[in-house]
Design a protein around this ligand. Structure first.
Ligand SMILES: [Zn+2]
Ligand SMILES: [Zn+2]
Length: 149
């Protein structure tokens, strides 16, 4: 999503463009990896000591509600956020369960799924999906002394 579109979206829904909100968006845009509210808070509070973790949580909930960010569940108890792409394009992740690093996989296994048929069959309105692959990244595999895949 483009910066301008995001700001328009916020304004349209009655949200002010506060400096904190802009910093949160900038943090999400400059690092394309999924980030937790704590990650975002840590980065911003380094040069913006007035921000609170609560403010970050609240803003992430608003951004998610407006469809600006997606919440990803990496099963380590921490939710991570990622900016949505304007054209509806999205991707999935290879998630390292040791260090939490996430690499983008540019394919969607649900592309071939007939969503209309499934929705009709199950009388279920499909709004989205999530799909993450868990494992050990190359760096952690090195540390673990695993070489052969
Ligand atoms: Zn790792
Ligand atoms: Zn997908």
């Amino acid at each position: 999503m483009q910066e301008k579109n995001i700001l328009d979206q916020l304004r349209k829904n009655g949200y002010k463009i506060t400096p904190q909100r802009q910093e949160i968006l900038r943090t999400l845009q400059t690092d394309p990896r999924p980030q937790s509210a704590e990650d975002i808070y840590r980065k911003i509070s380094a040069y913006y000591p007035n921000i609170s973790l609560d403010t970050v949580y609240r803003n992430m909930a608003i951004l998610q509600e407006l469809g600006i960010v997606s919440k990803l569940n990496f099963q380590d108890g921490k939710n991570r956020f990622e900016i949505n792409h304007a054209d509806g394009h999205h991707h999935h992740h290879l998630v390292c369960i040791k260090c939490g690093d996430a690499k983008v996989v540019d394919l969607c296994p649900f592309k071939s799924l007939d969503k209309t048929k499934l929705a009709k069959e199950k009388k279920f309105e499909i709004l989205g999906h999530s799909f993450e692959i868990f494992g050990h990244c190359a760096a952690c595999r090195d540390k673990l002394g695993k070489h052969e895949i």
